[in-house]
Design a protein around this ligand. Structure first.
Ligand code: ADP
Ligand code: ASP
Ligand code: MG
Length: 424
């Protein structure tokens, strides 16, 4: 007998038939004698619709039109998960399973005050555990919690993954299964590269990089929590027949296991390729090359909560002037330009240029630590396809390359094949 947390994403609960199918997956584990908690997302497309409603509601007269009350945003967007948690509990009850829904505030899942992107601080799992031991299935609304102001909070887009892993840690589950519309983590997004291969296992560090560099199959924070709390997390498909052979395997269910690198016997040099769209580049030209200039640029941007990613500085020939280029999410360009404009005198640049619609493609692999020439292979392959590189950043286990948006898919496929990822 084990304790299992099962999370179902938006496409898995997209309509009533899919919800019934989810109930069959849950029934399989209940019938096997396991204690089960289920975490659900909103029906697919619902959260986008709710966000759109918030953004299109008239604001207070005279208020800054880009700003709305984040607490009310959370009150609205958390509702999608409330619906699916109730519907799944009803579907389970109809199958004769003892189940009840839980909203984040009822457990409670305590979060910090950052409405719209809150972090989970604490989960009191005691009552859920007691009921699970009595045979009741807990059906939990993902993505939501309760802030210190006693108001509903949400965890940022894709946050139900984080709810699931955090709950698995809180109830000391033996396993956390993230059910989605693909049957595991692939070497790259299978929607872009049909030759992508499913990975049997991926190391926490690699999954963390994949997720933060754009692979939205798991929310970044969920991978961090799985790593810190050693939650045995699998990514698997809800679209397979719930009763197919092997689906109920306790130790080796079908899908991808996120695990410590020591558990991976044959580590490849490159594990996967990720991409992130909607990047923008800002260049400040002819800055004075003096101590403090970087602080003068990036200090005010940080204070305005603008997430700066790649930074490239060119050293000028005579040592007196320099150029600084960096990237921000496309949605933050206007704000960044405003902040830089307000600080022009302190920074002391000549002109400012920007370009949106860029894409960052990244090559990820723990094996890079001990292999030379990985970056050179990427540069050569992209050059052969005539793809121009605008900026590069590297770390021990990843290389990120900024390119023009229209080349995104070609670049992903080129990098995927140049490391032999399409061959098993
Ligand atoms: P859910 O609604 O179940 O949370 P998401 O849409 O958030 O599902 O995440 C699943 C999607 O992630 C897949 O449909 C796939 O297109 C995308 N994806 C991106 N990169 C990868 C990858 N490396 N492996 C698997 N899926 C990926
Ligand atoms: N429904 C939320 C979203 O679309 C949370 C999730 O799906 O994980 O972002
Ligand atoms: Mg998701």
């Amino acid at each position: 007998m084990a304790r299992i947390v099962m999370k179902f994403g938006g496409t898995s609960v997209a309509d009533l038939d899919r919800i019934k199918n989810v109930a069959r997956h849950v029934k399989r584990e209940v019938d096997a004698g396991h204690e089960v908690a289920v975490v659900v997302s909103a029906m697919s497309g619902k959260t986008n619709e709710l966000v759109g409603w918030v953004q299109n509601t008239p604001k207070v007269a005279g208020a800054d039109h880009s700003i709305y009350d984040a607490r009310e945003y959370d009150a609205v967007v958390a509702s999608g998960e409330q619906v699916t948690s109730g519907l799944l509990a009803i579907a389970l009850q109809a199958m004769g399973i003892n189940a009840r829904s839980w909203q984040g505030w009822q457990i409670p899942i305590r979060t910090d005050n950052a409405h719209g992107a809150a972090r989970i601080l604490e989960i009191d799992g005691s009552e859920m555990i007691r009921r699970m031991q009595e045979g009741q299935v807990a059906v939990i609304a993902g993505f939501q919690g309760l802030g210190p102001d006693n108001r509903v909070s949400t965890l940022g887009r894709g946050g139900s993954d984080t709810s699931a892993v955090a709950i698995a840690a809180a109830v000391k589950a033996n396993r956390c299964d993230i059910y989605t519309d693909v049957d595991g983590v692939y070497t790259t997004d299978p929607r872009i590269e049909p030759k992508a291969r499913r990975l049997k296992k991926i190391a926490f560090e690699e999954m963390l990089e994949m997720a933060s560099l754009g692979a939205k199959v798991l929310q970044v924070r969920s991978v961090e929590l799985a790593m810190v709390f050693k939650v045995r997390t699998f990514v698997r498909s809800s679209f397979e027949d719930p009763d197919a052979p092997g689906m109920g395997d306790l130790l080796n269910p079908p899908g991808t296991l996120i695990c410590d690198e020591e558990e991976i016997v044959e580590q490849e040099v490159v594990t996967g390729i990720a991409y992130a769209k909607d990047e923008a580049q800002i260049s400040l030209r002819r800055l004075a090359d003096r101590p403090g200039v970087s602080a003068a640029i990036f200090g005010p941007l940080a204070e305005s909560h603008i997430n700066v990613d790649m930074i490239v500085q060119n050293i000028s020939e005579d040592g007196s002037k320099t150029d600084m280029t960096f990237t921000v999410p496309s949605g933050d360009v206007e704000k960044a330009l405003r902040v830089l404009g307000e600080n022009k005198d302190k920074i002391g640049y000549d002109v400012i240029q920007n370009e949106s619609g860029l894409v960052k493609v990244s090559v990820i692999g723990i094996g890079m630590r001990s292999h030379a020439g990985v970056a050179a292979t990427a540069f050569r392959a992209l050059a052969e396809k005539g793809i121009n590189i605008k900026a590069i950043t590297t770390s021990e286990i990843k290389i990120s390359i900024l390119i023009d948006g229209p080349y995104a898919e070609l670049a992903v496929r080129t990098l995927h094949s140049c490391y032999g990822l399409d061959k098993s």
